[in-house]
Structure formats: structure tokens, C-alpha cells
Write a protein that binds this ligand. Sequence first.
Ligand code: URP
Ligand code: ZN
Ligand code: ZN
Length: 809
Amino acid sequence: MRTLIRGGTVVNATGPLPADVLIDGEKIAALLAPSESVTADEVIDATGLYVIPGGVDVHTHMEMPFGGTTASDTFETGTAAAAWGGTTTIIDFAIQTPGESVPECLDRWHAKAAGVCAIDYGFHMILGGVDDESLKAMDHLVDHEGVTSFKLFMAYPGVYYSDDGQILRAMQRAGGNGAMIMMHAENGIAIDVLVAQALARGEVAPVHHGLTRPAALEAEATHRAIALAQVAGGTPLYVVHMSASEALAEVSAARSRGANVFAETCPQYLYLTLEDQLGAPGFEGAKWVCSTPLRNKSHAGDLWRGLRTDDLAVVSTDHCPFCMKDQKELGVGDFSRIPNGIGGVEHRMQLIYQGVADGQLSLARWVETCATTPARMFGLYPRKGVVAPGSDADIVLYDPAGRTTLGAASHHMNLDYSAYEGMAVAGAVRTVLSRGTRVVDGGRFAGKAGHGQYLPRGLSSYLRLSKEEVAVDFGVVLQTNPPGARVVEYARQAELAGFGYAWTFDSHLLWQEPYVIHSQILAQTRTMMVGPMVTNPSTRDWTVTASVFATLNEMFGNRTVCGIGRGDSAVRTLSGKPATLATLRECVHVVRELANGRAVEHRGATRRLPWAGGSRLEMWIAGYGPRALALAGEVGDGFILQLGDPDIARWTIASVRQAAADAGRDPDSIKICVAAPAYVGPDLEHMREQCRWFGGMVGNHVADIVARYGTSGQVPTALTDYIAGRESYDYNQHGQAGNTHTAFVPDEIVDRFCILGPVSHHIERLSELRDLGVDQFALYLQHDGMDQTLTAYGNHVIPALNPAGLAVW
Ligand code: URP
Ligand code: ZN
Ligand code: ZN
């Protein structure tokens, strides 16, 4: 059965794009240009609607036992309510308490969920009793049960609480088995003292739940959890239900240090407050008793900011509903007996879309925080979290012109009140598909208990491999066309997709000045290396170039790299000539010495950047001709070959390595980077036209080489023959699809120099290059298929070349 979603705007984490979506059975088969004709058994009209990946809520508690009662949504009612709100995947928490067998507890949760869920579901495991047995069981769950994340509690002494030693042991174990540690970060020991003191003073109303759990104790526990994760060897840590600015500051600081620390927040902390809700008169505030607690009004702005900056990566609900009647009422006269939790699984997508309407988040970030990152974080990507070929057809048609009023009379959760009663939010869920099947359709529930399947999960996409474990690194090469913010966003998306390098062209007349954009890319990414591909000795004073790199290194922790060559567009557009190789050699030396904090002789005097002692910069030399290759081997930290042809790569790599050996260097110490346009798509003719310019660009360099060396002898004919028909070159059309003077470049050269075709072709060519000793493949993302190519690399190509995991965090 083929279904076509026609006329909508697909919104992925990379941004909105008008496209039709073809579904075949349970999977997305293709994203099509809106005008493309295709046959389908059924057409869904999405005109005026956003077509987004189904929401992924990674924090729910269906049927959770708590404080002598049980959360009021079953897996059946809770997953149906989730579907109503555009969430098509949940990850719930199975629970182990001290002395219990972890696998038996997991079985118990499977029994609750099997055969009744309306949408797909997975499990995390709460470890309430960390001991030798449960630690061993962690490995088993990761390896055999698809449970790859474990929640620990620094709160609730005597119930789920783990002490620091237990936490450290679990983190160490996770360091070995690849699991993610999720942390309920509140200092429960101190909180229990404050609770007892409040009750002794007769302070029994619900608001005291919040007042006895101060923000400082969330921040303190967050800080401690981060420190323990660091002591455990940098184990990834995911802090759940973050509500306090002070705790967020701890996460931001840790992330800025490069730690593997992530955090989520929940809609209740963005919209509801201690003053207005938890502090409501009488027992009313019990509706909003949850932990961490609602905070006063000052915090929400920081949380929205955290969502924008990625210090908060995920929005989940912590859906844990208890009815007022018979459940919350257990705490009348004693706030500490009120079961902790708020129901909200149905409303997350809409509440965060309201943030888009309010200007707090971009559309792309809405999808990213509510679907894409949760899927990546917990090992479900790319099956879930993206509208892309090969992914499950979990799709929501979201109407931005709609409006939804939240309330107990209209919601579908098994809950006798709404935490958001009467709140009107922008947008409305129109249709929801789960694996290609309609579960919500125009205001009607069309789902079925039991449609939902258990999702065994892989490891988080955000686990960082050590550099030694990365078989092939990946880079993107971007042209700095305005808007600069878009270039930065592509680099950010590339890092999330597993790319380790972002390179930009460097030609400040043709495009925007790259170094200011580098600064922004560095600010908005975490580990990715950033630099020009390529700069040259003529555009800027060498001391300026070195100073820029050293400054960025100081600000962002040595994350720059300098690609350099003799110079082309940047100098020719200023009517200059490419530098001589002698000048390039001298420039590499001067920039490298200065940008590594060392003194160098330059212009008749000893120069030094006195403040740059901690700066480290590698110089990677780009070239094609025999003498440039020799220079790369003699003095380069890396060599950049700007074309993807394996035959030419073999010859150039051998030349570089030979020159290195001749110069007494270790030939294998020079990193080899092959850079070329890559385009993942089905239409070869179209892709060739989009990338033909590249053959023209390379042709400029080849023409120089032919002029110097002739067409026979030292340079392979594979490189020189095709430029026979070359006439002139206009730099105003440099690096552009549709370049009018690159028609001489034959299809065969485009196919050899670039990588164009389905994913399988990319994997094949890159495997061949890897076997030749290529350390990095940098793909020019300069055509009309940037998004689909980036997504396909993240989903398929990078994992195929680095099967152990992604080189990102
Ligand atoms: O109040 C809450 N959050 N209840 C659920 C349990 C938890 O700590 O997540
Ligand atoms: Zn918790
Ligand atoms: Zn929870």
C-alpha cells in the first residue's frame, strides 16, 4: 500500500522544505519535489499543513507505582492519549527496587505494555538498587534486551535513592557497556530534612512541596552528578526533568568544558509556576506536585534559552498522572504524601509549538527537541525522529492555523483534571500516522490497542568515539553565502549527523568573510574542528591569519584547523597570482609557529604571539601537482586532495607519503583528506548538472599544472586530458551550479571527481578511498540537495563507514 502526503511543508530538524512524502507500507519511501508525479493508492492532502516526524517522548510513567498508588494512565490509555497529541513513540521506565532482579522487573513492564499500546514504545530501566547483580544485569539489558539507558535517583531516600558510591559504580559500568545514565538530580537527603522540619512547623499545604525542594539542591545534585560522571571516565550523563536556572548553569558550564552532559526539560517547567499553580489556595496546588518541583517565575526564560542553545537538548513530559480523587487526595493535610507527578503526554507537541508561535524556538528546533534529538539520544534514530527515506512512517500533519484549547473535558488522558485547564495554544494535530497506519484522523481516533510495537534500542547517537576508533572522519565544506546563520546551522546539523569537521571556502569578495562565521560555528558546536578549505598566503597578512586561529583556539579550545594552498579565487578576484610554492612553504611555517605559541623569524625580526602559549594548530596543505604534493609531504600536518577519484587519490597519496619519507618524517603521520562534492539522490543527470562546476574549478589548477609539466610524464592523464576543451573561466560564477563555462567538463569527469548517486554508491566509493588510506572525507555541500545528502550521510553513510558508532556527542 502506497500513500502520498501531498502539498505540505516537511519540517525536519534541518528546517522546513516543501515536499511530498511517499509512504510504502510502514516506511517512508521518498521525499519528492512538489511537482513530481507518482502513483499511490491513497493521497492525503496536506495543503497548508506541516508534515513533521511523530513526536518521541522519552520520559513517561504509565501505571507507575508511587506513594501507595499507581499512575492513572495504563499503557493503553496513555499511548492513545499520546497519539492524540502527535506523539508516536514513548520510552517508559521499568523499575527495579533494592533486591529485585532487573530482568524480572523488565519482564513485568513488558507484560503491562504488550498488546495494548497504540504507538511504539521502548523502556529505560530505573535502577533502585545498585549492587553487583544489577550492575551485571545492565550489560545484559544493553546487549540483549534493547534497554540502553538507566535512571538513577539522587532523591527519594529509602525508595529509589542511590548514594554517590552506587552512582559512581553504575556510571563506570555504563562507561563499559555504552549505556546512557539518566539522573534525577535532587539532593534527597537534604530535602527530607527540610520536609520533616516543614511538617513539624505545621506547613502542610502543597506549596511546601516546592519550598522544601529549593533550586540550590537541584543545582548541587546536578553538579555532583556531572563530577561523578567525569570521575567515571567521562560517561555520558542525561539529567532528567530540569527545572531550575541554577541547575541549567551547571549543565551549560560542563558542556562548555566539553563534557558529555545532556539535559531535558518538560512543558510544565516552561509554562507553570510555583506562585500561580503549586501555590494555589487550599489543596488545589496538589495538581501540580511533581519532582523536580515547579519553580518561581524567574526560571522559565532561562529554560527556553537553554532549549535554543542546546544546553537543554530534549523536551519530554515526565508524564506521571494521578487523579485528584483518591490519589492526590492521599496528601490532604501532609504535602509529602501527595503522589508526585503531572500528566501531559498528550500536550507536549502543542505546548512546544506554542513556543514557536511565541518566538521562543524555531520550527526546526521544535521538531529537533521533540522528535529528532530524543530519537538520537536514546538509540532510535533514524528509524524514528525524522521524515526521511527508510525511516518509519511516523508522521504528524500539524495545522499551524488551528488552535487547541486544553482541558479535562476534551483530553484523552485518564486524569480527572488538566494541569493546563483552559489554556489555548496555537496549532492543531490533524492526522497522525504510526508506521504508515492512521491512528488519529481529522478529530477521530483511528488507532488500535496492540498496534504499538516494542522498540529494542541501540546505543545513543551521542556517544563519542575516541579519535583512534574513528575509521573515517567526515567533514562538510560550505560556501559562506548569506545568510551566514544558515551556514552555521548546516555546520551544527552536520555535527549532529556525525561529521567531525566543518570547512568553508575562503574568498571574501565572492562570499562572506569566513573567519567571523567560523567563530559562530565554533560557538554553536561542541567538538567539531573548523577551518578554511582553503586559505592562501596572499589574502591576509600571515600574522593576522595566525592570530585569528590562536584567538579562536583560546576561545573554543583548540578546535581550528588551517587548510592552505597556493591560492585561487581569493587572489584571482583581486587580480593577483597564486603564490609560489616557496612562499607557501614559508607561510605554512610562519602561521604554524605563531599559532602554536612559538617564536618565528618573520620580516627580519623574531615575532611571537605572547598570549598564545596554549594554542595548537595543524596546517593541511592542498595541492595537485608534483611539487605541491612534495611540499605537503615535507611540511604538512595533513594533505587535502580536492577531488574524489580513487586513481588520482592513489597517485597523490603515494607522492605525499614518499616525500614525507624522503624528508625523514613518518609518512603515516600525515592526515589524508579527500574533498569532493557528494550528492545523494536518484537523478544522475540532475546531480551532474549541479556539480559540473567542480570539474571546472579543479580545471583551473590542472591548467596550471599542464602549463608547468606538460601533459605527459609526471602527472596522470586521468587528471590532465579533460581540460583540452577548456577555454576561459569567470570567477564570478565560481563554485556555482549552472556555471556557464564548465560545459567542457564531461560526465565521466563529473562522475569520477564527485560522488553522485544512491547511498550504496557513496559507501562503495568511500570504502575504496578508506582502503587507500584516506582519513577524512570532506563533502562539498554546494548543490540543491544539501538537506537530503546531509541526512543520508548521517543516517546511512557515516554509520556504514564507522560501524562502532558516531564520532559525535
Ligand atoms: O514527580 C515526578 N516526576 N514523578 C515521576 C517520578 C520521577 O521522578 O520522574
Ligand atoms: Zn525523576
Ligand atoms: Zn519521571
